[in-house]
Ligand binder design. Structure first.
Ligand SMILES: Cc1cc2nc3c(=O)[nH]c(=O)nc-3n(C[C@H](O)[C@H](O)[C@H](O)COP(=O)(O)OP(=O)(O)OC[C@H]3O[C@@H](n4cnc5c(N)ncnc54)[C@H](O)[C@@H]3O)c2cc1C
Length: 436
């Protein structure tokens, strides 16, 4: 019977190396006040080491220059890399570039090689880290939680498309070389078939990066900071026909291909963050003395530690199971599992960091510890990749499909008792007669 919770020894060796590498080589960089370009110079030699170990851009299959690890191994890897914001950059799989590379690869696959030029033009440079990208779907005027409402339009004009629309929260939009834009290409049919995605070079006339939106990520809002979220206007932007990703009308299919694995990677990265916050909480609990005892001896703090441990364990098992299922039967058949880890994982991340911050008191709230920043970032996890409520709705709807209305509850004991009396009438008569 196959029911295995072990990692194969060769991969465990890689994980051990990654843990040490992230802790010793990457985490210290976090504390330095570096611009993104300065940080890239710092981490270049680290990226070379990752390449030498064959761990670069592990999210893609072999034929596209990745490792072909599959989701379970990728998940275990992301748990380690997610502990620090630089981790994914050093390993060549930072969002949104990794998701966009997956999306371009999915488009190539859907067109049976007809878009082979995509590899050389955008995919390979993304993998090499020589260009940066943004994913431009959400609009300020329409609900991002329901992309069927998108207003951005692309109209065909000869061999070109003409794009008009208004987007915001395009992460890395202000530092991107290319923008992957979702637009309605046929408003007369259902958006599921009438939406498409395009590669739009950021320097195309008509692309206006209006601003970086100030947010909890970067309250001081430095324009052009890596990781910022841009507001962008696309006005009569002319896009060559070959910049269409996949077939016309495949926008939603591509979004699904991008978001499925992405959610697993996010959840495992959140677990890496949660573990870090948990370690800080426990260390502080055994160190801080107040009201006659250490914090670790107060029942409330013990409850926080016990609850955090259980919730992180549950989230980890759920996420690895979702990853395993995706490897077995694909993203579509694993929709519920992926939706569950999105809202469950985001809640666990938030709660563990919140408890750790509280355990540290004013120190936790200060910028002398990374917790306040982790807390601000964690808050976003309940919104991006679809708000938690939408994923809950998906799971609830699918669960409810298995039930039909019943005027009398099917567990109603008086009715069940009458049925049982009828079913076992002979046996009951025997018991009565024999006085058992
Ligand atoms: C840090 C961050 C990074 C992001 N990066 C990107 C990016 O790179 N590219 C991009 O295109 N977008 C990005 N986004 C945008 C993100 O995808 C959207 O914010 C998200 O999809 C929600 O859309 P909205 O903000 O328009 O909220 P709305 O759709 O207006 O929803 C608002 C709230 O309504 C509630 N709600 C919605 N639907 C339901 C429902 N069915 N049932 C119950 N309640 C519901 C939820 O509480 C939700 O938070 C990012 C967002 C954040 C915060």
């Amino acid at each position: 019977m196959a029911w295995d919770f072990e990692t194969e020894p060769e991969f465990e060796e890689q994980l051990v190396w990654m843990r040490g590498f992230v802790r010793e080589e990457i985490m210290p960089i976090e504390t330095l006040d570096l611009s993104h370009d300065q940080a890239l110079t710092f981490i270049k030699p680290l990226q070379d080491q990752v390449r030498e170990r064959g761990l670069w851009a592990a999210h893609l299959p072999h034929e596209l220059g990745g490792t072909g690890f599959g989701q379970v191994r990728l998940g275990l890897m992301h748990e380690i890399l997610g502990q620090t914001p630089y981790g994914p950059v050093v390993f060549g799989n930072n969002a949104p570039d990794s998701g966009n590379a997956e999306l371009l690869a999915a488009g190539m696959e859907m067109t049976d090689g007809a878009q082979e030029y995509v590899r050389e033009r955008w995919l390979q440079p993304l993998l090499d880290g020589t260009i940066r990208s943004g994913f431009s779907m959400t609009e300020p005027e329409t609900a991002g939680s329901d992309p069927r409402l998108l207003k951005t339009r692309a109209l065909k004009d000869g061999d070109e498309w003409v794009l008009n629309g208004h987007k915001w929260y395009t992460t890395n939009g202000s530092v991107a070389d290319i923008l992957v834009v979702m637009a309605v290409t046929n408003p007369d049919i259902h958006p599921y078939q009438g939406s498409s995605m395009f590669v739009v070079p950021a320097n195309t006339p008509g692309v206006d990066i209006v601003r970086d939106v100030g947010s909890m990520d970067d309250p001081e809002n430095h324009y052009g900071r890596f990781g910022n979220h841009a507001e962008i206007r696309y006005t009569d932007v002319r896009i060559p026909g070959e910049n269409l990703i996949g077939p016309e009308g495949s926008g939603f299919l591509l979004a699904q291909a991008r978001l499925g694995p992405g959610r697993i990677h996010h959840c495992m990265r959140w677990l890496g963050q949660s573990q870090r916050a948990f370690d800080m909480m426990c260390e502080r609990a055994v160190s801080r003395f107040t009201h006659g005892s250490l914090l670790s001896e107060k029942q409330t703090v013990q409850n926080w530690i016990a609850d955090s441990r259980a919730e992180m364990h549950a989230a980890r098992l759920m996420t690895l199971h979702a990853a395993w299922k995706m490897d077995q039967v694909g993203a579509s058949a694993s929709r519920d599992e992926i939706a569950m880890i999105k809202y469950y994982g985001a809640t666990v991340l938030h709660n563990v960091i919140d408890r750790s911050l509280q355990t540290h008191g004013a120190l936790g709230y200060s910028t002398d510890l990374p917790l306040e920043q982790m807390y601000r970032w964690a808050r976003a996890a309940r919104i991006y990749d679809g708000p938690d409520e939408v994923h809950r709705q998906t799971v609830a709807r699918h669960a409810l499909k298995n039930y039909t209305p019943s005027e009398i509850p099917s567990e109603f004991i008086p009715v069940r008792e009458a049925a049982a009396r009828e079913k076992f009438a002979g046996m009951l008569e025997f018991l009565e007669a024999e006085k058992v």
